[in-house]
Design a protein around this ligand. Sequence first.
Ligand SMILES: [Fe+2]
Length: 251
Amino acid sequence: MNAEQRRIQCWDVDAGYAAAQERARCRFSGTQLVLQGRGYQEVGKFRCLSWLPGLLDGESSLAPPQIPNLRNVFWRAFTVLKPRLREYFQSEFAPVFCSMLKMGPMAGELDESYCWHVDSGPSCHLKLIIFLNDDHDGATAVISRQDSRKFIDAGYLQHRRMFHLDAFAEEHGISYTPYKIQPKAGSGLIFEPASVFHKGVYPTFGERRVFQMGIIPWDKPWENFYEEHWAKGYQNTNGFPRYDLGDSGGA
Ligand SMILES: [Fe+2]
């Protein structure tokens, strides 16, 4: 352990300052700090996206070139979220990847994204899921950043993803409160996917349809990023290119 790691272990972890800061943030009301406090927040309403759900008729997923009016989807989302995102990142921001997904009742093999996990990627990024329909009983479940930390510290990430957490939690003496978000069409969830445990919940009837995107801090407004990359054929459904995209139009 180097000097900085020792300082963090001593004060932030052992002396409880990091947890105290989290608690203080959670209770700091009157601002948009819910996201900063818990690591996730329900958001919405995203209006006039009615052309989106039908695109998934006959498709299980769609990548950016197959999503028409992508700039308009970004515009709808960021019209709602811009102040919150700028406050969160303390900077401008940009949509680095996006896709659309559909999932019906579980059939055959278990999809990994329907087990509890955190995503790979840089520590500082957000994922936005826009729920496109609600004629199903599927959901998205999350665990606060603080509770998620307990699982990470207990070594969860060294195991295969689990469908249920109770046995692992009991074995390691972890208390936690999963939060299940039952979508309303046009509403959304924004969260820190690299530090907040999450999973999709299979519907027992109907089909769960979502639009999702990754958002990173950026040094110019998202419109510039769009013009410089997406509009030039940048196609990224789920990953993180090198930060210095340059003028090449992407990775
Ligand atoms: Fe994920």
